[in-house]
Design a protein around this ligand. Structure first.
Ligand code: AMP
Length: 471
């Protein structure tokens, strides 16, 4: 249970916004009791705006990031609508469908539905891939009113004829922008064919691209628009900072920061799956309990890593963008971008993991010379500069030349590959924390930048230097 600040999330000046009490929003006694169990009293701005519209039966197009309380913003009125128009048939039918981009988000939304609906009789089925389909089929056969699903596995059920969506009254697309980014557009359109044309549709998206506008035009009927945060703006409660550092010293700096500050729960982002594995392995070697979470891991491994992280058994969780999308980790204080994302909007999503629900958070980006352009793109999207802070002893070497950043790929990982995929290697990760870890103890590796400094990562002499990736 979490008692949260009754403040205006996503508002420039939280002090000015007087938020409504949940008891003023016309919700049923069962829902108010479940909300009280969560320790919430005041609605967040998205909840205050969305709940009355959804209760009135409107289609809604909502601009809201994760961390604004949007899940309760659609779940509470959805449950209330089910409650106020009981189904007529004897057999339970699926009356609400919530689509999410990732398995983790589906699991979290499902958990919210169960939490808020704990005093109501509805059954929820959570459907995603990477786990056996038979238990899902069995549960659907027993009958559920609410389905939370990722598009791919849902389509699988539709094709097998193991799900019937013909009675769906409300469709919710959560994090629709992410679903499109992940290439789910065709799956979504196919799913739509199985839904009744007459229904309520709610679309939640952190950003509004042309593609999202097109999708909402096709799916929504005269929607009410709500927006609680500036488009693409980062959560206001997150302090953002850039630490310029050489590519070959990022790991050293990362370990140093976590250790020196005694941070106990840190989410680290890399661009690639192999990068996530590599950073996690190196942190382990440096004595920090760490795990990686990405799309090549089984669903069970992902779930375990996440719960270990939430419970404090894992101190550092290293994640790729897709795997981390939608993670709701309460009060996560630190997010570190080991590498900047290829897509600026992912930066916004990443830092949305911290500073949740009005709490303070810090997002740190370790930025090397190769990432200059990526940083500029992010600042353009944010419409502001992020403060740069030089960490004494880790100032970038001006002699190091930029190298191209390799784009995210879906290639299979090949052994001990490096994050970022720079051809000449990362060179970070030496255990003793000297800048280049030169085994022979020559002047190479001198942190102060002697010309022999192996800092730009040719891995010669570096004990832990990762092997070159076969390409
Ligand atoms: P969401 O944006 O839906 O992922 O929610 C972000 C976090 O805010 C979750 O941990 C919720 O449990 C929490 N939350 C949702 N509604 C409220 C509220 N009215 N007051 C305080 N915290 C909330």
């Amino acid at each position: 249970m979490t008692a949260r600040l009754p403040m205006a999330l996503g508002q420039g000046n939280p002090g000015v916004f007087i938020s409504m009490l949940f008891s003023q929003l016309g919700l049923s006694a069962e829902l108010l009791r479940a909300i009280a169990d969560q320790g919430y009293e005041h609605a967040t701005p998205i909840q205050e705006k969305a709940i009355p519209l959804v209760l009135a039966g409107d289609d809604v197009l909502a601009g809201a990031q994760t961390g604004t309380g949007k899940t309760a913003g659609f779940t509470l009125p959805l449950l209330q609508r089910l409650q106020s128009s009981p189904a007529t048939g004897k057999r339970p039918m699926i009356r609400a469908l919530i689509l999410t981009p990732t398995r983790e988000l589906a699991a979290q939304v499902g958990e919210s539905v169960n939490n808020y609906g704990r005093y109501l009789p509805y059954r929820t089925s959570i459907i995603f891939g990477g786990v056996g389909i038979n238990p899902q089929i069995a549960k659907l056969r027993r009958g559920v009113e609410i389905v939370v699903a990722t598009p791919g596995r849902l389509l699988d059920h539709l094709q097998r004829g193991t799900i019937n969506l013909s009675q769906v009254e409300t469709l919710i697309l959560d994090e629709a922008d992410r679903m499109l980014d992940m290439g789910f557009i065709n799956d979504i359109r196919k799913v739509m064919k199985s839904l009744p044309a007459k229904r309520q549709t709610l679309l939640f998206s952190a950003t509004f691209s042309q593609e999202i506008k097109r999708l909402s035009k096709d799916l929504l009927n005269n929607p009410s628009l709500i927006e609680v945060a500036r488009q693409n703006s980062a959560a206001e409660s997150v302090t953002q900072v850039v630490y310029p550092v050489d590519r070959g010293r990022k790991l050293e700096l990362l370990s140093h920061m976590i250790g020196a500050n005694n941070w106990r729960q840190v989410l680290v982002f890399t661009r690639t799956k192999h990068g996530a594995n590599w950073v996690s392995q190196q942190l382990q070697r440096n004595g920090l309990v760490s795990d990686a979470i990405h799309g090549n891991k089984s669903q069970n491994a992902r779930t375990r890593a996440l719960s270990d992280f939430k419970e404090g058994k894992v101190r550092v969780l290293v994640a790729t963008d897709i795997a981390a999308r939608g993670l709701d980790i309460e009060q996560l204080p630190h997010v570190i971008n080991y590498e900047l994302p290829d897509v600026p909007e992912d930066y916004v999503h990443r830092i949305g993991r911290t500073g949740r629900a009005g709490l303070e958070g810090k997002a740190i980006s370790l930025v090397c010379i190769d990432e200059k352009k990526l940083l500029e793109d992010i600042q353009r999207v944010l419409k502001r500069k992020i403060d740069k802070v030089l960490i004494p002893g880790y100032e970038p070497d001006p002699n190091i030349l930029p190298e191209p950043v390799r784009k995210r790929s879906n290639r299979r990982p090949t052994g001990n590959a490096r994050p970022g995929g720079n051809r000449t290697g990362n060179g970070a990760g030496n255990r003793n924390g000297s800048s280049a870890g030169n085994r022979n103890g020559s002047s190479a590796g001198n942190r102060n930048g002697s010309s022999a400094d192996n800092r730009n990562g040719s891995s010669a002499g570096n004990r832990n230097a990762p092997r070159r990736r076969a390409s």
